[in-house]
Every structure is written in structure tokens, then in C-alpha cells.
Design a protein around this ligand. Structure first.
Ligand SMILES: Cc1cc2nc3c(=O)[nH]c(=O)nc-3n(C[C@H](O)[C@H](O)[C@H](O)COP(=O)(O)OP(=O)(O)OC[C@H]3O[C@@H](n4cnc5c(N)ncnc54)[C@H](O)[C@@H]3O)c2cc1C
Length: 474
């Protein structure tokens, strides 16, 4: 019997024959996520296994330890950084059977869910109790709670509520030792002394397998409304954000798109975008209706003081429909890149606020050097934990992955951009995790803290079975 057959037999003993597979057609499904990195190597796992309980996860971890086989935890596989890919083959552990909503507790504004629940499932359950879960990524129909908490996800309401991982107060985690631990709880300050909860958030499956999460939810606001404002360039748009911040308004949505991004998002909507428009911000507010009305009025005034001008309502609404994706609105999404032969990829860099314009100019310079002047680069900027002050700039680019040289060129381009972001005092990843994509820069960025991180990894995962070869780990 081969080593893989032996492994398969042991896994079948845990989950039953229906929930484990060594068939090539099943394994190929898990050989790619949504990253371009996924096209650059063979990441086909040896075995797929789908546990239904924390006890089964524990037993699988024990088997992996005994046989020295790596485990790659898989949520929805929607990652854009290659982080669930089985770079050293072994086991893909698909969490989607563990998708139970265990409790919605509107009195304490929490809900408890298994980590394989998708964001849409969580949202639907929350709404039935008149509360809402604030993390609503565009991938919400397929991406899971485990993936969102592991990737530092951020989404449309992030300007008010922050990252996905700001929405969690407690976790159940299976460690590489096979032990299960609980960190945090329902109370917001449930962490004695050291905040162990945070250790597992944004860890991309390298320190433990999240099996359960206690999430924050909020009352559904009475009203939601929005405006969009045009600006001559990034610098004036960012100045406007500062003014909005100092006005005391706290919008929940602050998305700044350049013209090309707007076209990418709104192409299918056929809404005419004003000719002269080069940069625009969508501001969304929520709360009591008089509060929302006043906030939008103040935001409009702040923007006009910095050369901004209000865009027609049909542009605002069409833009909103394109980015506000949930189970009900999915069909209205106009995101053009999802409907082409090309793979959309992103460069995401968190930068000091004042340097977005400079970084964008550098991107234009590189495009000329690479002969990519006509390629459809769209840039967009999102706001997060600092309210209306944006922190991350993305460049979204369609890549023809059928042409290997195009893919290579794209990797060279990304390398230059990320290196420049670090030189500017920035960091190389935001909501999409580090994965394979920005792994080469992790050690540089962490400096001497890298040794601390590997020390922590050796405690939570002594045999290095979790996501081996990912995120800069060996
Ligand atoms: C069309 C599209 C739109 C997107 N829009 C957004 C957006 O608006 N905002 C945003 O933040 N992201 C967005 N993304 C990126 C992606 O959806 C997110 O990163 C998402 O959180 C990944 O979740 P997943 O369940 O698919 O995780 P996967 O891709 O399966 O895995 C991602 C990482 O999480 C780890 N992981 C998964 N489950 C667990 C677990 N239970 N325990 C420990 N580790 C685990 C994996 O090992 C891997 O490292 C988008 C992607 C696409 C394709």
C-alpha cells in the first residue's frame, strides 16, 4: 500500500468514505484559488478531507502528526494570495461542512458560528434576529468566516467597523499538537492579560485551525444612504477625507476609485461616467435618518471645500449596486472583470496616508517601462479602522494567464511595486493575506520579530504541519 493510500484509509476511518477523496478530479478542484500565483506551480493536494466536528478535526491533526503530512485548511478557496494552496501537497482540510450557526444572541450583540459558515449564511441568520454582521466582502456567497478571520478581510462597511477580525470576541482553535483551546468569549474584554485571541487572527491557517468563532453583530440601522463625489486627483480626494474626519462624521463606506476602476465595476451597468471624471469617492452613512441626512450634507460640503463636486445619483446608485454584494443583490453586481477571459489580480499596499498619489505616479511610470500603457489598471483606495482616513491602495489588473510570459512579467511588476511600497514606509498586504503572493517580503518586514514568530509557530504547531511552505515559513 502506498503512503497516500495509507493516509487516505486513516482519514476515511475518521470522516467516512463520502467525505474523503484521492480522486484526481476532486483534487484538481483544490489546486487553485483566485490568485495568479496559483497558475505558477503544481499545488494539487494528495487527499481531500471534509470533517464535520471539532473532534474529527483533532483526529485528522493527530494523523497528520503521526505521518508527518502537512494540512492546508480550506474555507471557500476564494483567496487572492494563494494562501490555502497545498504547496507541499499533503491534505486539504475543507471546513465547509462545519457551517452551523450555533447561536444568535441579539441581547448581547453576538453570534456563535462554526468557521466553515459563509459570510452570506452568517448574514442571513443574523438578519432574522434584526442584527447584522458587518463584514460583507464581494466574495460573501463563497468565502467563510474561517477564511475572513485568517486573511484580515475588509469590506464595504470597514470605514466604520474595521476589519473582519475586529468583529470577533472569541475563538475555538485546534492546535498542531491536537489540543483544542478556547480564547476570548462573549464579553469584549474577556482576555486575561495577554491577548491570545489576536494571535490566531490574520494567521492564514499557519498557527491553528479555527473551528468556532464568537462574532460581534450590530442592530440593523434605520437608514442607509450615500453620495459620490468627483475629484481632480488622488491628492485632493485624500485631503477631503481628512476634512470629513475632522468634521466628526463617521461614514461606514469610503471607497475611492479612479476612472478605470469605475469603468471596470460599472461597465455592465452602462451608466455613463462623466467625461472629465478622474477620481471619485463613494461615501455611505448609516443610522437614524436625520443623522444620515446631516452627515451626507456635511461630507458634501467638506468635499466641495477641496475641489470635489457631487456626481449624479444614477452614478452613485450604480456604483453602490456594484460593490454592495449580498445574497439579495448579487445579480445586480456589475463588476466587469468577473466576466472576462482574464484573471483579475491585485497589488495591495498599505501606505502612509499622504503618499498614495506618489505611489500611483510610480505605478504609471512602471507601466510605461513595461509597455503596459493600454492595460486596464484601475486603482482603488479603501478606508478602514481609522474611519474616513484611507489606508490601503489597490491596483486591479486583468492578466491573461494563458500566456506564461504575461504572468512572469506581472510577477516582475508586482515585485517592483511591493519593493517600492516598503521603501515608502508601507506594508505589502492588506485584506487578502500574505500567502504566496507577498511571502518574499515577510521576513524583511518583520526584521528581528521574525524569530519570535517562528518561536510561536514551533509552540502552536511543533511539527510544522499547518500550511507548510506558506507565508514565509519553511
Ligand atoms: C470576486 C472576489 C471578491 C473578493 N472581495 C473581497 C472583499 O471585498 N474583501 C476581502 O477582504 N476579500 C475579498 N476577496 C478575497 C477573499 O474572498 C477573502 O480573502 C476571503 O476572506 C477568503 O476566505 P475563504 O473562506 O475563501 O478562505 P480560503 O481562500 O479558503 O483560505 C484563505 C486562508 O485562510 C485559511 N483558513 C481558511 N479557513 C480557516 C480556518 N477555519 N482556520 C484557519 N485558517 C483558515 C486558509 O488556510 C488560507 O490561508 C475577494 C475574492 C474574490 C475572488
Amino acid at each position: 500500500m502506498s503512503a497516500t493510500d495509507h493516509l487516505f484509509e486513516k482519514l476515511v476511518n475518521v470522516v467516512g468514505p463520502k467525505y474523503a477523496s484521492i480522486e484526481l478530479c476532486d483534487r484538481l478542484v483544490y489546486s487553485k484559488d483566485y490568485s495568479i500565483e496559483g497558475f505558477a506551480g503544481d499545488y494539487t493536494p494528495d487527499v481531500i478531507v471534509k470533517p464535520a466536528s471539532v473532534e474529527e478535526v483533532q483526529q485528522i491533526v493527530e494523523i497528520a502528526n503521526d505521518l508527518g503530512v502537512p494540512i492546508y485548511t480550506w474555507g471557500g478557496g476564494t483567496s487572492m494570495s494563494g494562501n490555502p494552496l497545498a504547496v507541499r501537497h499533503g491534505i486539504v482540510l475543507d471546513m465547509k461542512r462545519m457551517n452551523r450557526i450555533l447561536e444568535v444572541d441579539p441581547d448581547n450583540l453576538t453570534m456563535t458560528v462554526e468557521s466553515g459558515a459563509t459570510m452570506a449564511e452568517v448574514q442571513t441568520a443574523a438578519m432574522k434576529h434584526n442584527v447584522f454582521f458587518t463584514h460583507q466582502p464581494e466574495s460573501c456567497l463563497s468565502s467563510t468566516i474561517g477564511g475572513a478571520l485568517s486573511c484580515m478581510g475588509i469590506s464595504i462597511f470597514g470605514a466604520k467597523y474595521g476589519y473582519a477580525y475586529d468583529q470577533v470576541t472569541g475563538l475555538e482553535v485546534v492546535l498542531g499538537t491536537g489540543n483544542t483551546i478556547q480564547v476570548g468569549g462573549k464579553s469584549y474584554l474577556n482576555v486575561p492579560a495577554h491577548n491570545l485571541l489576536n494571535l490566531f487572527l490574520g494567521a492564514e491557517g499557519t498557527l491553528g485551525i479555527i473551528t468556532k468563532a464568537i462574532l460581534k453583530v450590530y442592530p440593523i440601522p434605520q437608514t442607509r444612504d450615500r453620495i459620490s463625489i468627483g475629484f481632480p486627483d488622488i491628492a485632493t480626494a485624500m485631503e477631503a477625507c481628512k476634512r470629513v474626519h475632522s468634521s466628526g462624521c463617521w461614514p461606514e463606506t469610503v471607497y475611492a476609485f479612479d476612472r478605470r476602476s469605475l469603468v471596470q465595476y460599472m461597465e455592465r451597468a452602462k451608466t455613463p461616467i462623466p467625461e472629465e471624471l478622474s477620481m471619485a469617492i463613494l461615501f455611505g452613512c448609516s443610522g437614524d435618518s436625520d443623522m444620515v441626512e446631516k452627515s451626507l450634507e456635511v461630507i458634501s460640503r467638506c468635499c466641495q471645500e477641496t475641489d470635489g463636486y457631487e456626481l449624479p445619483t444614477e452614478v452613485t446608485e450604480s456604483w453602490w449596486d456594484s460593490v454592495n454584494i449580498n445574497r439579495e443583490t448579487f445579480d445586480k453586481s456589475n463588476f466587469a472583470l468577473s466576466h472576462t477571459d482574464y484573471e483579475p489580480d491585485l497589488i495591495d499596499a498599505c501606505l502612509p496616508f499622504s503618499r498614495f498619489q506618489e505611489f500611483s505616479d510610480y505605478c504609471d511610470e512602471l507601466k510605461r517601462e513595461f509597455g503596459w500603457v493600454d492595460i486596464d489598471f484601475g486603482s482603488f483606495i479603501v478606508a478602514g479602522p481609522r474611519g474616513p482616513i484611507p489606508f490601503c491602495i489597490y491596483f486591479a489588473v486583468p492578466i491573461d494567464t494563458r500566456i506564461p510570459r504575461e504572468v512572469e512579467k506581472w510577477f516582475e511588476f508586482k515585485e517592483r511595486m511591493y519593493t517600492h511600497a516598503l521603501e515608502m514606509g508601507g506594508s505589502v498586504s492588506n485584506a487578502n493575506g500574505v500567502g504566496l503572493r507577498s511571502a518574499p517580503w515577510v521576513r524583511d518586514q518583520l526584521g528581528s520579530a521574525w524569530d519570535l514568530l517562528t518561536g510561536i509557530k514551533s509552540l502552536t504547531d511543533p511539527n510544522n504541519i499547518f500550511n507548510r511552505g506558506q507565508r514565509g515559513f519553511d
